[in-house]
Design a protein around this ligand. Structure first.
Ligand code: CUA
Length: 381
């Protein structure tokens, strides 16, 4: 029986490992995370000792000086130098000890290593953009799929974190903690991991209606595959759809902004590498067909069967028709004729697309895939 219990426990823990978002349990292959883990454990142990000590002193005093145990009033005196020195000294020592722990960890966690891979992180209501700055690596200029960050293993990765609107929080504990994403402020933070695989991230600051729908995935790849993947992304040009195909009709709707019933504005807000679509208000859609989540982690149905899964196809078409309905606060216009709130917060009438037109746009988006060998999800469950 104990063996069965241990096996069950191990199975449960393994199941948690990928998506686990805890500082204390799960994957420990990040040196930055281990540093934060140590500091937290020390702080908690110290706090427990203090709590037990204070509680003991309290109950001891209450018991020992109960009124019914004493006939006479207790000794009356004014001031006690020794006691007062102790009362000041003990908290000072405790605070000093905690600061040493903190300063030590800060000295390890804060400096940006010069050779580190650099990634620009941008939080927006309600999704994440990950870009690789032009100046620092061969991957310069690459923007990954929204809410999917790709990083190399076995080295520090330097993040520059900011926000496009309100305060968000970059939080991926298994690769090394969290940092606030603030508008007009660039915060730096380092993460790392020794293990290739997918890690879960989330927004950690209450930021609006879809705060809980602001998840992201971090895919860590060993150096060689990382380089190859980012090079493939940099070299990528969206495939030209075959004339007359659903993809070609979707392409035309996406780019030209005209449907059978009115205006569509995909290209105004979204970029597709190698096409005239260069909008940056919404997530980059260059490799849309390679992504495995939709709506910043709201759906992960594409994980196994990818786009062939009818459930995934339904999610995508629901999304294209009325994204604010499925994700509150989404700034994407509606295309089922209903009203939506624009970026200024005004209630405006949405566009209209027929089901066939929605399917065409979905077909075009699904065709935007990285070459098989550059599929960074390949080895991730
Ligand atoms: Cu962004 Cu919470």
């Amino acid at each position: 029986r104990p063996i069965a219990a241990a096996a069950l426990g191990a199975t449960l823990l393994t199941g948690c490992q990928q998506a686990n978002q805890s500082l204390f349990i799960g994957d420990m292959s990040s040196a930055y995370n281990r540093e934060i883990w140590w500091m937290s454990v020390w702080a908690i142990v110290l706090s427990i000792i203090i709590f037990v000590g204070v509680s003991y002193a309290l109950f001891y005093t209450v018991q020992k000086f109960r009124e019914d145990r004493h006939d006479a009033p207790p000794a009356q005196f004014h001031g006690n130098n020794r006691l007062e020195v102790i009362l000041v000294a003990v908290p000072v020592i405790i605070v000093f000890g905690l600061s040493i722990l903190t300063v030590r960890s800060m000295a390890i966690l804060n400096p940006t290593p010069e050779q580190a891979t650099k990634i620009d992180v941008l939080g927006k209501q309600f999704w994440w953009n990950f870009a690789y700055p032009e100046t620092t690596s061969d991957a310069g200029g690459v923007v990954t799929n929204g809410n999917e960050m790709i990083m190399p293993t076995k080295q520090p990765v330097a993040l520059t974190i900011t926000s496009g609107d309100v305060i968000h929080g970059f939080w991926a504990p298994n690769i090394g903690g969290q940092r606030a994403a603030m508008p007009a402020v660039q915060k730096t933070w380092q993460v790392d991991t020794e293990r290739a695989g997918a890690y879960q991230g989330n927004c950690s600051q209450l930021c609006g209606a879809s705060h809980a729908n602001m998840r992201y995935k971090v895919v860590a790849l060993d150096q060689e595959r990382y380089d190859a993947t980012l090079a493939a992304m940099k070299a990528y040009r969206a495939p030209e759809p075959d004339p007359g195909s659903a993809e070609a009709r979707g392409y035309a709707l996406f780019m030209q902004g005209k449907s059978s019933t009115g205006a569509v504005s995909c290209a105004a807000c979204h970029r597709v590498q190698g096409t005239p679509a260069g909008g940056v208000a919404g997530p980059d859609l260059s490799f849309f067909g390679t992504r495995r989540t939709l709506g910043a982690g709201m759906w992960e149905a594409m994980t196994a069967a990818k786009w062939e899964d009818p459930k995934a196809a339904k999610q995508l078409s629901d999304w294209l028709k009325n994204s604010p309905r499925v994700k509150p606060g989404s700034l994407m216009p509606t295309y089922d004729g209903s009203e939506y709130r624009n970026t200024k917060g005004e209630l405006v009438k949405g566009g209209t697309l027929t089901d066939a037109e929605i399917d065409d746009i979905a077909a075009y988006l699904r065709s935007l895939q990285l070459p098989e060998e550059a599929d960074y999800w390949r080895d991730s469950p």
